[in-house]
Design a protein around this ligand. Structure first.
Ligand SMILES: Cc1ncc(COP(=O)(O)O)c(C=O)c1O
Length: 377
């Protein structure tokens, strides 16, 4: 099956029982007491949820998948399943804040030795080189949009006998497939580009069967299973993933070029821009540069980011990214509000930075809205 076909047909091809063209929502807790190894109880296994798991595994080029009630449930369950007290865990510094928080507040007190190197591929690889059991990174971090050199990190992790888990939420498998570059396991917040409509919270893990089974067993015990209706929405969203990301890649590049040329913008972070510090790595690893564009205002006024957001007419401020509607966020007061100024500076999130998630509106409307707002800021 070719890539574009996998988004539409992967893991499903009409319901075997009724012939229904769409995957039915098996909204049930339990099943008539079965004979043999089949469905018994929906916290453990549900047919709708399993279609989603198979679909994402297929598009990531993985043997097997498992679904979770959120991206964080997928991440925390994976880390608990793969680590044990006494292990050394290397965690990239600029991953999603809750991932860091979980590692600092729970894994450390559980007896895991936590290593969080400074940002950058070189620092990360040096930390892995000193020895560890597990490495966790994001393929593209946000909002600073650093591109992780998964090939080099995987090589170094395997050399020291560690496994590499990659959060691939931001690029999506359309733009990057971590398993093809040496990662051992991929995790997703399916709440973003995968489902793509800001209407479902879910998480997915994909990889080789023995590793996914370890994580899946713990999911059944922790109980962070995905609801079948949420799985249905995610399946529906993924059918258009290929065309959405293709359009979003194109629009985001145009928006990044526009912002880079605006007199009120100090700099833009977008790996697809030729002048971006990540462009060389991005061109080597990514098939497209994704829908998130970060930019820093020239104005040093504390009010400038808020003023810009309130002047926007179509683009809504929201603490998320990755769907059909363009949204904007101010990391310093939203996603990164719990960090000190010094910690924010250290990961490349100054006060004036804004994160834009480009959607499917006409790109001229997106640029038009930004233009009128920037001109009033
Ligand atoms: C890169 C990344 N990973 C994981 C998560 C957590 O996912 P969820 O919100 O589905 O729990 C997020 C949420 O924003 C994220 O941005």
């Amino acid at each position: 099956m070719l890539e574009d076909t996998k988004y539409v047909k992967g893991g499903e091809n009409s319901d075997p029982t009724t012939g229904s063209l769409t995957t039915p929502v098996y909204q049930t807790v339990a099943y008539r007491h079965p004979v043999g190894d089949t469905y018994r109880y929906s916290r453990e296994r549900n047919p709708t949820v399993e279609v989603l798991a198979g679909k994402v595994a297929g598009i990531e080029g993985a043997e097997s998948g498992s679904c979770f009630s959120s991206g964080m449930a997928a991440i925390t369950t994976t880390l608990f399943a793969l680590l044990k007290p006494g292990d050394t865990f290397v965690l990239q510094r600029d991953v999603f804040g809750r991932t860091i928080r979980f590692a600092r507040e729970f894994l450390s007190t559980w007896g895991v030795k936590l290593v969080i190197p400074d940002v950058g591929n070189k620092e990360l690889i040096e930390a892995v080189n000193r020895g560890c059991n597990l490495v966790f990174v994001e393929s593209v971090t946000n909002p600073a949009l650093r591109v992780t050199d998964i090939e080099r990190v995987a090589e170094e992790a395997h050399r020291v006998g560690a496994k590499l888990v990659v959060d691939n939420t931001l690029p999506t498998p359309v733009n990057f497939k971590p398993l093809e570059h040496g990662a051992d396991l991929v995790v997703h917040s399916g709440s973003k580009f995968l489902s793509g409509h800001y209407d479902v919270v879910c998480g997915i893990v994909a990889g080789p069967k023995p590793l996914v089974e370890r994580v899946d067993e713990l999911r059944k015990t922790l109980g962070c299973s995905l609801d079948p209706h949420a799985a249905y929405l995610a399946i529906r969203g993924i059918k258009t993933l290929g065309v959405r990301i293709e359009r979003i890649n194109n629009s985001a590049l145009k928006v990044a070029h526009y912002l880079a040329g605006h007199s009120k913008v100090a700099y833009v972070r977008y790996p697809g821009l030729p002048q971006d510090p990540e462009n060389t790595t991005a061109r080597r690893l990514l098939r497209g540069y994704g829908g998130v564009v970060s930019f820093c205002l020239k104005s040093e006024s504390r009010d400038a980011p808020e003023t810009l957001m309130t002047k926007l007419k179509m683009i809504q401020p929201a603490n998320t990214f990755g769907a059909v509607d363009t949204v904007i966020s101010h990391p310093a007061t939203m996603s990164h509000r719990n960090l000190t100024e010094e910690e924010r500076q250290r990961i490349g999130v100054p006060w004036g930075l804004l994160r834009l998630s480009v959607g499917l509106e006409h790109v001229e409307d997106i640029i038009g809205d930004l233009d009128q707002a920037l001109n009033q800021t």
